[in-house]
Design a protein around this ligand. Structure first.
Ligand SMILES: *[C@@H]1O[C@H](CO)[C@@H](O)[C@H](O)[C@H]1NC(C)=O
Ligand SMILES: *[C@@H]1O[C@H](CO)[C@@H](O)[C@H](O)[C@H]1NC(C)=O
Length: 337
């Protein structure tokens, strides 16, 4: 990203938080003096502390957790981000369990890791099948051990107007992108809860935060991923207030995996395509720091949140101005569904 733009973004985000904090304390003090005694509202104190902590975290990143010796299961490990995640994690001393529906590509990933002298296990699994996922969980537990890092990366993306999808393409998109992740979480979360240890990283998409034309089933499935991750976060927090599990949702925009074709980008300096290798690196660093949301590129976190508070007409004008998207194309899958 352009250094000027990054500098501006950093400045902007710090200013917004700063003004928020000042306003918050002014309100607290006003309440205290004129209206109510805040000592009788302990949550105000906790909220102030939480706010101060977040403010501090804007300037000082959390340290990266050591993940050496952990077992990471990565779905969609046969290509793109999944393959790079597998390779990079293995270099950090993580035992990689590579999972993909395409056994040939998955074997390639496993072989690449082994060639570097690191341990790796490969399993063929269609995550949209609950039976296969349950079988996978049993086998991994027996052959490798307890998974403490689950990366729900596998997904399919078919781009065309709604009327041009076959019914089975729509079903497959939802079955892999949404149900597949739910089956995986359902199979691996209980053991993590039991051990009170583990990270679940789920790949949503920018299309899980805002709609895009020609991607209706995809966006629907990714909005749902974001919804189940947020709900899971709240449910765990409610059931076990002091748990040590970590959840992170990743929202990539256009990642160069070799699969996405016809990306249209009007301002490449502002909204650059992220390379799969760099995306994987950022995901691992963010996971080790215990972050909860990661946008790729990061600037989208701010664009997305900022645009949403504007009136719809203004949102649309900005969308037209930025004019970035993906072209319709018909050759991005093997035609089996
Ligand atoms: C505010 O409330 C606390 C505890 O409820 C009490 O000890 C304190 O005296 C109160 N302060 C004022 C200014 O009323
Ligand atoms: C992948 O590797 C496994 C184990 O080495 C082997 O049994 C299987 O035949 C391989 N599959 C393909 C498609 O290469």
């Amino acid at each position: 990203m352009d250094p000027l733009v990054s500098a501006f973004v950093v400045f902007y985000r710090r200013m917004v938080i700063f003004v928020d904090i000042i306003l918050f304390f002014i309100k607290c003090v006003k309440c205290n003096t004129f209206l109510i005694n805040i000592s009788s509202f302990p949550w105000v104190k906790s909220a102030s502390l939480a706010f101060l902590r977040s403010f501090y975290r804007l300037f000082v990143n959390r340290p990266q957790r050591n993940i050496h010796g952990e077992i990471a299961l990565i779905t969609g490990a046969g290509n793109g981000i999944g393959r790079h995640l597998s390779l990079q994690l293995s270099k950090l001393g993580v035992i990689v369990v590579a999972v993909d529906v395409n056994e040939e590509h998955n074997n390639e990933t496993v072989d690449m890791i082994k060639r570097h002298g690191f341990p790796a296990f490969g399993y063929k699994c269609d995550i949209s099948s609950r039976e296969q996922v349950e079988e996978l969980a049993r086998e991994v537990k027996n052959d490798v051990g307890d998974v403490t890092i689950l990366i729900n990366n596998a997904g399919i993306q078919i781009i065309r107007p709604l009327g041009q999808y076959t019914p089975s393409q729509i079903e497959k998109t939802v079955a892999v992108n949404l149900l597949g992740q739910l089956w995986m979480v359902r199979a691996f979360l209980p053991r993590m809860v039991q051990m009170d240890r583990g990270s679940i990283v789920s790949v949503a998409a920018l299309g899980g935060y805002g709609g895009f034309p020609n991607m209706i089933p995809f966006c629907a499935s990714k909005f749902a991923v974001r919804g189940y991750m947020e709900s899971l976060y709240l449910e765990l927090r409610q059931e076990r207030p002091n748990h040590n599990l970590h959840l992170m949702t990743v929202a990539p925009f256009i990642v160069d995996t070799g699969r996405v074709k016809g990306a249209l980008i009007r301002f490449p300096g502002l909204i650059n395509i992220v390379k799969a290798e760099d995306a994987a690196r950022t995901i691992i660093v963010s996971m080790r720091r215990g972050e909860t949301v990661l946008f790729l590129p990061g600037i989208y976190y701010y664009i997305q949140n900022f645009i949403r508070i504007l009136p719809l007409r203004v949102q649309l004008l900005i969308t037209d101005f930025v004019d970035t998207g993906v072209e319709i194309h018909y050759d991005n899958h093997d035609g089996t569904y």
